[in-house]
Design a protein around this ligand. Structure first.
Ligand code: ADP
Ligand code: MG
Length: 239
């Protein structure tokens, strides 16, 4: 069956209904997400635009299973995340979701290749890892090469520019072949030319590999480049 005929293709990979997130700090109650409902289709590059403090990172952390909602439902690949056992949530966080952060979050003592390989090590037993090590390193090397870092594999993050560090972070996010790539202001720490290159890489992965991407940004220009863009304002999403 070709990809175009696949029944999965038209399904929502992410389905969010009436999501609410409230932070409580002592007696202060901060309702960051009020009623957020949207879906991300397979193969789509969805952008969510919002100003600083509008709740973009909060939303991505919930979708990335790094935080839990106060209310509402989140379905990933049809599964309601609230009803999943912890072990399955951990597996999904590690294998089904890739995360790119504004500030890269690379481990400084590891090489470029080791950083990119890391998510594939997490969740493997020692024995399992030894069996898969060669394949995974090969996959990470291919990704790094595609991202233009073929000659930087042995370097440490502090020997790289910001744009190069973000490309390592993208390789790390993609190494497990995630169903969903979440990108939190991926160009926010870069100058505009370097940011444009990173954005073009993400657009290319979406186009050439059908990689489903959800990116949040405060940059309206970036938001205009994606398949579809929604605006997060006052805890709600507007088309
Ligand atoms: P954005 O990514 O759009 O800049 P955030 O999701 O980081 O916005 O933050 C939205 C609001 O929630 C901000 O007012 C922020 O101070 C608050 N906030 C974020 N994380 C927490 C937390 N862990 N505890 C309390 N308040 C938080
Ligand atoms: Mg943020």
């Amino acid at each position: 069956m070709s990809k175009a005929d696949s029944p999965i293709k038209t399904d929502a990979l992410v389905r969010v209904d009436d999501l609410r997130k409230v932070y409580r700090l002592g007696r202060v109650r901060l309702e960051v997400l009020k009623t957020v409902s949207f879906s991300v289709r397979e193969g789509e590059f969805l952008g969510i635009y919002g100003h600083s403090g509008s709740g973009k990172s909060t939303l991505l952390h919930v979708l990335g299973l790094l935080d839990s909602p106060t209310d509402g439902t989140v379905k990933l690949a049809g599964a309601d995340i609230a009803s999943l056992p912890a072990a399955e949530r951990n597996r999904m966080r590690c294998e089904d979701i890739g995360f790119v952060f504004q500030f890269y979050h690379l481990l400084p003592e590891l090489s470029v290749l080791e950083n990119a390989v890391l998510p594939a090590m997490v969740g493997s037993s020692t024995f399992g890892w030894f069996g898969r090590r060669r394949d995974v390193r090969q996959r990470a090397a291919v990704l790094l090469d595609e991202l233009g870092l073929g000659d930087r594999m042995k370097h440490r993050p502090n020997e790289l520019s910001g744009g190069e560090r973000q490309r390592v972070a993208i390789a790390r996010a993609l190494v497990n072949g995630p169903k969903l790539l979440l990108a939190d202001e991926p160009t926010g720490n870069l100058d505009s030319r370097t940011g444009e290159k990173i954005m073009n890489l993400l657009l290319r992965y979406n186009r050439e590999h059908d990689q489903t991407i959800l990116m949040v940004t405060h940059d309206r220009d970036l938001a205009g480049l994606v398949t579809r863009c929604l605006e997060l304002e006052d805890g709600r999403l507007n088309a």
